[in-house]
Design a binder for this molecule. Sequence first.
Ligand SMILES: [Mn+2]
Length: 387
Amino acid sequence: MNCRSRKQPARQLLALAWTILALIACDALARTPTQQQLALADSPYVLRTRGGSLQEWTIEETPSGGAKRVRDVKEGAEIDIPGVGDIPSFRVKLRSPAPADPFVVDVPVHTPLFVVADTHGEYEILVELLQKQRIVDSALRWSFRKGHLVFLGDVFDRGPNHTEILWLIYRLEAQAAKDGGGVHLVLGNHETIVLGGDLRYLNEKYLRSARALGVDSYSELFGSETVLGQWLRAKPAVLKLNDLLCLHGGISPAVVERRLTLEQLNASIRSALSNDASSDQDRERSAFAMGRLGPLWYRGYFPDQPDFPTATTDDVDRTLEHFDVKRILVGHTIVPTVTKLYDGRVIAVQVYPRRDEQTKRAVIEAVRIEGTRLLRATIDGRREPLN
Ligand SMILES: [Mn+2]
């Protein structure tokens, strides 16, 4: 003890008391129920039992880390998707299994379209974008009327809230259809990664969910007998929406050289996800469609991609001709801002959803299309012509 502190024992004691009080306060804050819930909170998973009935699996927070709760539910019943941060909870009506989604969709020419690329579990940032751009309202209800909303895949992995995003898209589909609009999700490579059992990129929160729910692998929660797993396996990988081709990665020259049709591409990827290829030719085509030169992984529209053969302007023109479209919209490869490539024949949409390190503001962009007008839509609600 030094001379100075010996002279001021009272002050030192006071400081010590304050320190202890502050530590207790911090500890209490860290242990508020909301914080504990945030640590493990996850949306429900709904599974179809062998008898054909539905079970809702949720995780109830417990001091030991989370307990599984099972509730029998029926088609047509509503389940609760808990709120996240400032986002309110919402309810989802469970539907019967849908047949395969269409991969060709025609809408009236002036229908507004809104295209979002990879969301990677960043639910809060996605919702802020959709609300500011008036695609959904404050209660997350569809407010885009007859508009069509497209997601270019990669809802899964990295971020902490992909289940909420999936249930939101699931719910918006029904609400949009009622209004004469539409919602379309095309598959990305991360959907096929997680459905295929590769959990390397999964937010670690979901590994805790899998443990709490007692499954060997998180992928089982998206098996083909689950509501969301079945729903995802009905999604196309390549969607033709009017004269736009919407997909995750890109169309490599090899796809066109093989003269693969939209039907073949989508069927090959669907068959790979369901593991039901019936012939050697089907298996070979599935392996190609799921690989580096397939629509989920290809990056050859972008510079400095040594693993991918670059597409020339002629290649892109052959693709447009082959699929009878005017433009190709892709996510998957990150760009600083939504960017026209190949003179506007390709639009790169993937501005990675994140918080700016300095300003802490959320960053993400989307594309709004109104007839021939292409607009960059930002998270502050602005839209500007895409030059
Ligand atoms: Mn991707």
